[in-house]
Write a protein that binds this ligand. Structure first.
Ligand code: PHE
Length: 455
């Protein structure tokens, strides 16, 4: 157990941990399924624009708030400008953390089940989208199964968070993230050489703007924020553990590049294979789980090994993300409510488990929450994904920009970022954070509300 507040041990350790937070189910599960539901190319292009024009500036804003204050998502606002209502923005972040964790842990639980399925050779023979879909249906619609897997995944998360910053999180991220990248690249190679793969590449990169609904614009923005883990204080929290001698802008840029690269790699694994086996791109939250086994099956003998490696590493990538989500909540209760890390981890992790139960039951186990019931957003899990993963993050991002841009002040933030060399284009960054980012996010939200296209 760690005593005191702790710090990351090195720049590499921080980059891997922040990248570990950013890279997760958002890249491999959420990005492909959202791109698939929103028509592909145009959505992807818009997502990339949002990542670099809004995401990176906000990421820098969060990290500098965290490092300057060395406080939690709530405490940072308090410390930087005392006696205002702004810490409420951090409070929204803590709530968003609970909300995201509540559905994220369900999907993460599925990855554990798929580790087991590949280990036992479930996908070793011929796999079609239908046979794979039937297996996925059985996994996701089992109520007790889904609750158990969700709980198991949260338990793993709690065990690491309990160990504190450098002890648990950093060590795990350091070893496993690079291995994940190697396996993913091998899977891209296989998917791209499947028959008819080119159509998948076209779907992903050939923008057709006529398919771009207002809902797709919100989703692209939400995806950019979600994937970078910004808009709820996760990066404030991680920045608060960042040593002063680490170059902040470079680290942030590396994290954004890795995160985006892996999302595109995720797309390049899923869509070529998807078109090759003749599945539909708008398969919803189960998309990745249904398509991946068809790739492993196309790999012949080595397929099982790749399957095992893929799901183990996806589970680890998800774990480094759930850790950061729980860490936002735990750091807040440790810093502001003076709980012990031990108590905060078990109590708050336990609450996450309870609020995850409706999502766990919403993929077929309990009809009123499940697809086909007319539930808003499709089903309970998808609704939670949209509300917390798109809207709460967007609102959080607006207020973080306003706080850094106008309240704490861009000068102080730039000074924090320039500790180890001047921030390149500091004037541009300041302009983006004060005007462009908050306005752009607001416009996207208004556009969605205006057209009634918000779920
Ligand atoms: N970025 C993570 C992913 O892509 C999810 C996440 C969102 C983590 C917000 C922390 C905060 O999987």
């Amino acid at each position: 157990m760690q005593t005191g507040r702790g710090n990351w041990n090195s720049r590499l350790g921080f980059i891997l941990a922040a990248a570990g937070s950013a890279i997760g189910l958002g890249n491999i599960w959420r990005f492909p399924y959202t791109a698939g539901e929103n028509g592909g190319g145009a959505f992807v292009l818009l997502y990339l624009v949002f990542v670099f024009l809004i995401g990176v500036p906000v990421l820098l804003a969060e990290l500098s708030m965290g490092r300057a204050s060395e406080r939690s998502a709530v405490g940072a606002f308090k410390k930087l400008v005392p006696d205002t209502w702004w810490p409420a923005v951090g409070g929204l972040g803590v709530i968003t953390g609970f909300g995201i964790l509540s559905f994220y842990a369900v999907i993460a639980g599925w990855t554990l089940q798929y580790v087991y399925l590949t280990l036992t050779g479930t996908f070793s023979g011929e796999v079609t989208p239908e046979s794979s879909g039937a297996i996925f249906g059985a996994v996701s619609s089992s109520g007790p199964g889904a609750i158990f897997l969700t709980g198991l995944f949260l338990l793993l998360t709690m065990l690491v968070v309990r160990g504190g910053i450098s002890g648990g999180i950093e060590r795990a991220a350091k070893i496993l993230m690079p291995v994940f990248l190697v396996v993913l690249v091998a899977l891209v190679a296989r998917s791209l050489t499947m028959e008819g793969a080119a159509e998948g590449v076209r779907f992903l990169f050939d923008p057709d703007f006529s398919k771009l609904s207002a809902g797709a614009v919100v989703s692209a923005l939400g995806q950019a924020l979600f994937s970078l883990s910004i808009g709820m204080g996760a990066m404030i929290t991680y920045g608060s553990y960042l040593p002063k001698n680490v170059n902040l802008p470079t680290s942030a840029f590396i994290v954004a590049l890795f995160d985006t690269g892996i999302a595109l790699i995720g797309g390049l694994i899923i869509f070529p294979a998807l078109f090759s086996v003749g599945a539909a791109p708008n398969g919803g939250p189960g998309l990745v789980f249904v398509i991946m086994p068809t790739i492993f099956s196309a790999m012949g003998g080595a397929g099982q090994l790749f399957g095992i490696a893929f799901y183990v590493l996806l589970a680890v990538a998800a774990l480094t993300s759930t850790i950061s989500l729980l860490e936002v909540i735990v750091t807040y209760f440790v810093d502001e409510q003076k709980w012990s890390r031990e108590k905060a981890t078990w109590v708050l992790g336990g609450i996450c488990f309870l609020i995850a139960i409706p999502s766990a039951l919403s993929q077929g186990a309990w009809a009123p929450l499940s697809p086909g019931s007319g539930f808003p957003g499709g089903d309970f899990l998808s609704l939670a994904n949209i509300i917390f993963g798109n809207y709460c993050l967007s609102i959080g991002a607006i207020f973080i920009c306003l706080f850094v841009g106008w309240k704490w002040g861009v000068k102080s933030a730039v000074a924090e970022m320039s500790r180890n060399g001047a921030l390149p284009a500091a004037g541009f960054w300041s302009f983006m954070v004060r005007f462009v980012c908050p306005l752009a996010v607001l416009l996207v939200l208004i556009y969605a509300a205006w057209t009634g296209n918000y779920l």
